[in-house]
Design a protein around this ligand. Structure first.
Ligand SMILES: [Zn+2]
Length: 98
């Protein structure tokens, strides 16, 4: 099932088992993995850094740029803004255009 929200969980080390609907943020490892929000169960890893993803936390979590799982069968594409998943609707939006 699709998730509509992602709850940030701050951790030191990333647990082996991720729960859906949660994004695990490790400052030590500068990474924020979560399970694909489409519900396919695959792990999506977003490294955080100047040339990777930018993570903003203001009590809610946002990730920039969008998350596009082109290499997964689901090819899901979404934005994480303020703990909420904003789905990029339509296949026309797929493809690495930014
Ligand atoms: Zn998926």
């Amino acid at each position: 099932m699709r998730s509509e929200t992602l709850t940030p969980i701050f951790v030191r080390a990333i647990p082996n088992q991720l729960e859906e609907g949660k994004v695990y943020i490790s400052i030590d490892y500068r990474t924020a993995p979560h399970k694909c929000c489409c519900g396919c169960g695959r792990e999506v890893v977003t490294p955080i850094g100047p040339t990777d993803w930018k993570l903003t936390y203001d009590g809610t979590v946002s990730l920039y740029p969008s998350i596009g799982n082109w290499s997964y069968p689901c090819r899901s594409h979404y934005w994480v803004q303020g703990n909420r998943i904003k789905w990029a609707e339509g296949r026309a939006n797929c493809g690495r255009k930014g």
